[in-house]
Design a protein around this ligand. Structure first.
Ligand SMILES: Nc1ncnc2c1ncn2[C@@H]1O[C@H](COP(=O)(O)OP(=O)(O)OP(=O)(O)O)[C@@H](O)[C@H]1O
Length: 232
């Protein structure tokens, strides 16, 4: 599996007229497991941690690297390695139809339009969306939209998939479909989630609380730590 490293990486954001806020305290981690869960309360810093991994957020201090590539100095290379799936697929789906959306993802990879269309159709088929290729993205259900957004990320064959609460907007059946897709991936997965059933399927789970990783271990130990914080 790939190696993701955080070396004393912190994130502070300026608050106009009020100094700054630490949204992630200096954090050191080496992540080599296949499936890594990140859980914690709203506003604890999970998304910030996830966004550091592909350079969407830059560390204020310290270093973050993926496969030895620094997310700041080698940002383009890191973004090729790390696919990022957002909570709200609307953040990712910008083209009118499903097949055009996948083609947009592929534009830098496949120059020839006919080949690109064929590849996009394959990607849709692999994700159970072939029948919707020419449908409007807006006609899809929430679960189908999330699968389409994920398909757009997977079309680029990333080495690592970071998914930030990909099932939060979904009902139970779609949570299961998207969860099964994510846990069926060959790639390394970093999954930020409020769904403790999904967290329980990971190999290692980090608990974030008040801008710090406060627990890091097996799913059962980390989930127990988190529920202990909530029940405190
Ligand atoms: N650019 C920013 N400016 C100001 N505050 C920020 C910024 N980025 C993050 N924060 C704050 O840092 C805290 C952590 O945010 P983050 O989005 O990482 O939390 P989270 O654990 O993912 O929360 P949720 O579960 O609600 O998605 C929040 O209080 C958020 O408002």
């Amino acid at each position: 599996m790939p190696t993701i490293e955080l070396d004393e990486a912190s994130v502070r954001v300026p608050l106009p007229g009020r100094g700054e806020r630490e949204v992630l305290a200096p954090t050191t981690l080496t992540l080599t497991e296949r499936r890594i869960g990140v859980i914690g309360a709203n506003g604890s810093g999970k998304s910030t941690l996830a966004r550091l991994l592909n350079g969407l957020v830059r560390p204020t201090s310290g270093r973050v690297s993926v496969e030895g590539r620094d997310v700041v100095r080698e940002g383009a290379a890191v973004r090729r390695l790390v696919g990022f799936c957002f909570t709200d697929p609307a953040a990712q789906l910008v083209m009118p139809t499903c097949v055009e959306d996948i083609e947009l993802s592929l534009r830098r990879r496949v120059a020839d339009g006919t080949t690109r269309r064929a590849r996009a159709m394959e990607v849709l088929a692999a994700n159970g969306l072939a029948d919707h290729a020419h449908d409007s993205v807006h006609s899809l259900s929430g679960g189908q939209r999330q699968l389409l957004a994920l398909a757009g990320v997977l079309a680029l064959d990333p080495t690592v998939v970071v998914a930030d609460e990909p099932t939060t907007l979904l009902d139970r059946a779609n949570t299961r479909r998207v969860g099964d897709t994510l846990f069926g991936l060959d790639q390394q997965l970093v999954l930020v989630t409020h769904d403790l059933d999904l967290a329980a399927r990971c190999d290692r789970v980090l608990v974030v609380d008040a801008a710090r990783v406060v627990a890091d271990g097996s799913p059962s130990d980390s989930i127990a730590h988190y529920t202990g914080l909530v029940d405190r």
